[in-house]
Design a protein around this ligand. Structure first.
Ligand code: ASP
Length: 351
C-alpha cells in the first residue's frame, strides 16, 4: 500500500493477466494501490487524503428581531458554535455536528424551534425539520410533528432507519414512538411569550404570517458544517410561521428549499417566509451558484433572486466545499454565528 491512511471503502481490482501493472507512481488523488508479490490481485484502496479545516455556521432566524431579544439570540447561536466546533476539530462528522448544533438551539426557548415554537391557528405547536448529508445526498425530514423537543433527531432517524426521506403528521408521530423518542406534554414546549403572542394575534384580521417588520422574534434555527474529511451537512428546524393553518408546511423540511448539502458544491440552511423560499428552492439555488461564485456572492445572489422573482423575505447561511462562509438576508435582521479561524466566534444580528 502506498503512503497514506486507509480510510473508507476498499476496491479489489481485477488481476491484470497481461501483466500491465498499475503503476504505483501514477498520481490519482485519493487512491492508493497495493498488490501482493505477484501483483495479483491488485488492491486499490480509496484514500481520503482531504484533511480540511472544519467550518461551522448556525442561524437563529431572520425577520425583525426586537432589540430586547437580540442578546438572547446572539447568546444562543454563540453557544451552539462554542459547544460543537471543538468536536468538529477533533473529528466529529459534519452530520453529527449539525444535528448537535440544532439540538442546542431547539432546546433554547429563544427560538421558534423545539421549545419556544409558534402556535398555529388552532393554538397547537407543529414542528418541521430536515437534515442532509452532503456525502451521499441522503436526507431525512419530518413535518407537522407535535410534542417532540428534537425534530432534527427524528428527521435523522427517518434518514437512517427507514427506506423513506420524509414523514409527516401522524405517521411521523408513530415513527417517533417506535424510535423511543420522548413525547413531551405541550407545556414543556410552549413559552409564555408565545402564548401571549398567540392570544394577541389569534383573532386579529390584520395579522398575516409574513410581516417582515412585525417586531417579534422569529427564530427558525439552522446549522451548516464542513468536517475534517471534507464532508458537508446541513440541518434546519422550525415551528413555522405564527398562526399558520394546521397542516401548513414551510420551506425548512423541503429538500433544496430550506435545507441542502452536496459535498461537490456546498451546503446551506435558510430562514424566512417559507412560501417564498420554496418557490425559488433557495438553498439549492445558492449551492448551484457556487459553481462560479464565491460563497459570499452565492448567498447574496440567492437572496436577490428571492427578492426579485417572488418578492420574498428571508436569509441564508452557507459553506462552500472549501470551507468558505456565505450569509445574506433581506429582512432587517438575521441572528447567526460562525467560527472564524483567526478571530474566533463571530456572532451577528445582521450581515
Ligand atoms: N422558514 C420558516 C417557515 O416558513 C419560518 C422562518 O424561518 O422564520 O416555516
Amino acid at each position: 500500500m502506498q503512503n497514506g491512511i486507509k480510510v473508507g471503502c476498499r476496491i479489489i481490482g481485477l488481476a491484470n493477466k497481461k501483466k500491465r501493472f498499475y503503476s504505483a507512481d501514477r498520481k490519482i488523488p485519493g487512491v492508493g494501490i497495493s498488490s501482493d508479490k505477484k501483483h495479483l490481485p491488485i488492491k486499490i484502496f480509496l484514500l481520503n487524503l482531504r484533511s480540511m479545516k472544519p467550518a461551522l455556521i448556525v442561524h437563529g432566524g431572520a425577520w425583525s428581531i426586537p432589540a430586547e431579544y437580540e442578546a438572547a439570540h446572539l447568546a444562543g447561536v454563540t453557544k451552539a458554535i462554542a459547544d460543537i466546533y471543538p468536536h468538529l476539530q477533533t473529528g466529529m462528522s459534519a452530520l453529527d455536528a449539525v444535528e448537535a448544533a440544532v439540538k442546542i438551539l431547539e432546546e433554547d426557548p429563544t427560538f421558534d424551534a423545539g421549545r419556544g415554537a409558534f402556535l398555529n391557528a388552532r393554538g397547537e405547536i407543529e414542528l418541521d425539520a430536515m437534515i442532509m448529508d452532503g456525502a451521499t445526498l441522503s436526507f431525512g425530514a419530518v413535518a407537522g410533528v407535535q410534542n417532540i423537543l428534537h425534530p432534527v433527531t427524528l428527521a435523522r432517524k427517518v434518514m437512517e432507519q427507514t427506506e423513506h426521506c420524509f414523514l409527516i403528521g401522524t405517521g411521523a408521530q408513530l415513527f417517533a414512538q417506535q424510535m423511543g423518542i420522548e413525547c413531551l406534554p405541550t407545556e414543556q414546549l410552549l413559552t409564555e411569550r408565545e402564548l401571549k403572542f398567540y392570544e394577541r394575534i389569534k383573532n386579529d384580521p390584520s395579522f398575516y404570517s409574513h410581516q417582515p417588520f412585525e417586531p417579534h422574534p422569529h427564530g427558525t434555527v439552522g446549522a451548516v458544517a464542513l468536517d475534517v474529511r471534507g464532508h458537508l451537512a446541513a440541518a434546519t428546524s422550525t415551528g413555522g410561521t405564527p398562526r399558520k393553518l394546521p397542516g401548513r408546511v414551510g420551506d425548512s423540511p423541503i429538500v433544496g428549499a430550506g435545507t441542502y448539502a452536496d459535498d461537490q458544491l456546498g451546503a446551506a440552511s435558510a430562514t424566512g417566509w417559507g412560501e417564498s423560499i420554496m418557490k425559488v428552492l433557495m438553498t439549492k439555488t445558492a449551492c448551484d451558484l457556487l459553481i462560479n461564485r464565491s460563497a459570499f456572492a452565492a448567498a447574496q445572489t440567492a437572496v436577490e433572486i428571492l427578492s426579485r422573482r417572488v418578492h420574498g423575505w428571508g436569509g441564508i447561511i452557507l459553506i462552500d466545499r472549501n470551507g468558505h462562509y456565505g450569509f445574506a438576508h433581506n429582512t432587517s435582521k438575521m441572528a447567526f454565528a460562525y467560527m472564524d479561524e483567526s478571530r474566533g466566534i463571530i456572532a451577528r444580528i445582521r450581515c
